[in-house]
Design a protein around this ligand. Structure first.
Ligand SMILES: *Cc1c(COP(=O)(O)O)cnc(C)c1O
Length: 677
């Protein structure tokens, strides 16, 4: 709110204003200051929602808002066809697929692969590059079987391959990849078994490239090749001195965990030469980290790597491939900047820079250009999945107007009253200090027994009412004093959501990654509440309190008040659905079972001529399953409860009916979803 912290926007500050959704009114109105009391006269429109949630910035071309005020998904991007996300969720609920629910759009996955390949094809044509592009998908980014199978299928026309970073991932890749000529890049720490398996895969028609990441692997590879009489294709991962920036910046640099230093690379070349295997060395690989926000970092790395590539070729290696690793970013906040949740370049810029730099350096040094390989994971997998979850309830700060003071009202409460009455644009900061001081005084008087519980309650209500009034004034101001910055957070509603952050958005908890979150319906209605999200776990970290913003982040998300269901008893509220977008990369597998909330339900949706088609339903974990992960056997558990209730029955502590209900609930729960229904 108010004064924005200065953040690391290099030269791209101006870009922030160039984004389509920010162009028309971000100057008059900062994204956080909602029209409230003063501007509420113009009715809220879906365009207002578009701008508020920045959906064009991060969602195009897949996500938008329709006239009904619902989020729509266009899984084929610009190629037509769309579906209403809110209606899809309702239809799935009728099929007993409850929330929280991960929806995967296989058409989006296909579109991402098409896009990446099209960008490289365009760049190759534009720069008359004499080589080709052959991408691979890093399996670690999302190992789910249906997704990997789809990916291999969609990638066939482009000979798109897979990258394995561990032995289990290699096993997946070997069994799933069946595209002739597609590469199978073998990264990660390797032992003899890994290397032998990868080498033998050549006999199955695979094109495995074993990338030397540790110096010791050179000997292992030479040995295995002799033993198996297989001529492998080898690569070497270089530790570049060009460093990444941001969270994964340490993936590169001289002390990075992976890769060979230049002296080690030279030693490896000599070892291979001595073993008459230098011909096997065909690929140079580097990886500067994930989510590279600044194109300059990528350019630097490619320049350095191209020089190494050329040198290796001159040293006699049979160089064929340059593998530029991952790092292609996703614009989570839609700001098109080098902020960590964004990126200041497009996929096309990326492809252009890779192609142009490599070409220039190879031409200069008169070395044939390599086949280009990238291991883009995040950029391919993020968009295809959407996590939809419901709001269970809310908690708001009470800010009503308590009755006016009477003669016997304690002085401190009168003072609060007076403060409340006198708040104006001129004195709101001072009024905030006064109100805070009076409230502290009231609390302290209560501690000494000078104030009744009722009086203390009145004092607190008055204090919150003051804060409310002060906040509405502060929101109208261009500049907000530092000491009022936290007011927005303090006054925020808490929305309790049916979700475990630890299971479904671990990076939001672990590394403060931002994902776009917004309601998927009621978008033609003004969201009058500002809230933070609290998840189901009993962990105080189980919350989301940072949201995307045009600049920096915001501490509250604008949401709609829950609507009471008509004529329902007991009173319940109408379902209110939120969705978290762009979370198809890394989140699923890094999620954990904190508080034993298991995997969520997942469905795979494909557009069809008649609408859409549910390709797979993957039910989330049941309680029996998650309890099994921690070695509890559900039969034993039931037996234990049965024994205990039998004993209680005999001791007449429980009635037969009660004990039956208890056992029934216990048994039924075990086969149920771990989330609330
Ligand atoms: C993680 C990783 C990738 C994928 O990076 P993205 O940023 O998701 O594209 C690629 N290559 C290697 C070696 C990795 O470790």
């Amino acid at each position: 709110m108010g004064k924005r912290q200065s953040i690391a926007f290099e030269s791209n500050q101006a870009n922030a204003h160039d984004t389509p959704s920010a162009s028309h009114s971000s100057t008059e109105r900062s994204p956080q200051s909602l029209p409230n009391e003063t501007s509420a006269k113009t009715p809220w429109t879906i365009e207002d929602s578009e701008e508020l949630y920045r959906i064009k910035g991060w969602g195009e071309p897949y996500f938008s808002i329709n006239a009904a005020g619902h989020v729509t998904v266009s899984p084929k991007g610009d190629r037509g066809g769309s579906l209403d996300l809110y209606e899809l969720v309702n239809a799935l609920k009728l099929r007993n697929v409850g929330l929280p629910l991960l929806i995967r759009f296989s058409d989006i996955l296909e579109d991402r692969i098409e896009r990446l390949n099209a960008c490289f094809a365009k760049a190759i044509a534009r720069y008359s590059y004499a080589g080709s592009y052959r991408g691979v998908f890093p399996v670690k980014c999302n190992q789910q079987r249906h997704l990997i199978e789809d990916l291999v299928r969609f990638g066939k026309p482009h000979q798109f391959g897979l990258e394995a970073g561990s032995k289990p991932e290699l096993l997946i890749a070997l069994a799933t990849l069946d595209t002739p000529g597609a590469l199978l890049i073998c990264n990660g720490y390797k032992d003899r078994e890994y290397i032998e398996t990868a080498m033998l895969a050549r006999r199955l028609g695979h094109t495995p490239i074993i990338v030397l990441e540790q110096f010791e692997e050179v000997d292992l590879v030479i040995e295995a090749s002799r033993k198996l009489q297989v001529e492998p294709i080898l690569g070497v991962r270089a530790k570049l001195s060009a460093k990444g920036i941001g969270r994964w910046g340490t993936s590169a640099g001289d002390r990075a965990k992976f890769g060979l230093t230049i002296p080690e690379i030279l030693q490896s070349v000599e070892k291979l030469r001595d073993a008459k295997m230098l011909n096997a060395l065909q690929l140079l690989h580097f990886h500067v980290g994930s989510q590279i926000s600044a194109i300059s970092v990528i350019k630097d790395a490619i320049r350095e790597a191209s020089q190494i590539y050329v040198e290796l070729s001159k040293l006699g290696a049979n160089m064929q491939y340059l593998d530029v690793g991952g790092g292609l970013g996703v614009d989570y906040d839609g700001s098109k900047t080098n902020f960590y949740a964004s990126k200041n370049y497009s996929m096309q810029n990326y492809a252009n820079d890779v192609v142009a730099q490599v070409r220039d350096i190879c031409h200069e040094r008169e070395v044939p250009v390599p086949t280009l390989v990238s291991e883009s994971g995040r950029a391919i997998a993020s968009h295809q999945s959407v996590l939809v979850f419901d709001v269970l309830g809310t908690s708001d700060v009470i800010t009503d107007n308590p009755p006016p003071p009477e003669d016997k009202t304690p002085l401190v409460i009168r003072n609060l009253h007076e403060t409340y009455q006198s708040i104006t644009v001129e004195n709101y900061q001072e009024a905030y200090h006064d109100a805070t001081q009076f409230k502290e005084e009231a609390v302290s008087m209560f501690g000494f027994g000078y104030l009744s519980l009722t009086d203390r309650a009145t004092a607190e209500r008055l204090y919150w009412s003051c804060c409310h009034k002060i906040l509405s004034i502060a929101r109208q101001q261009e500049y907000v004093p530092d000491d009022l910055e936290d007011l927005e957070k303090i006054m925020a509603s808490i929305y309790y959501v049916n979700l475990s952050v630890f299971q479904s958005a671990p990076d939001s908890w672990a590394i403060d990654q931002l994902f776009p979150i917004m309601p998927i319906h009621r978008l033609d209605e003004e969201p009058t509440h500002r809230a933070t999200l609290a998840d189901l776990t009993c962990d105080s970290d189980g919350k989301i309190h940072q949201f995307i913003d045009l600049r920096d982040v915001k501490s509250v998300l604008e949401l709609h008040p829950l609507r009471q269901q008509e004529s329902s008893s007991p009173a319940t509220h109408e379902p209110y659905y939120l969705a978290m977008f762009l979370n198809g990369a890394y989140q699923e597998i890094m999620g954990n079972l904190h508080n034993l909330f298991g995997d969520t339900n997942a469905v795979h949706i494909k557009l069809s001529p008649k609408g859409y088609q549910i390709e797979h339903v993957v039910k989330g974990d049941t309680m029996t399953e998650v309890l099994g992960y921690v070695q509890y056997d559900s039969e034993d558990l039931i037996e234990n409860i049965r024994r205990r209730s039998e004993q209680a029955l005999q001791e007449k502590q429980i009635t037969l009916q009660e004990s039956q209900l208890l056992l029934q609930n216990y048994e039924r729960s075990l086969s149920r979803y771990t989330y609330l229904s």
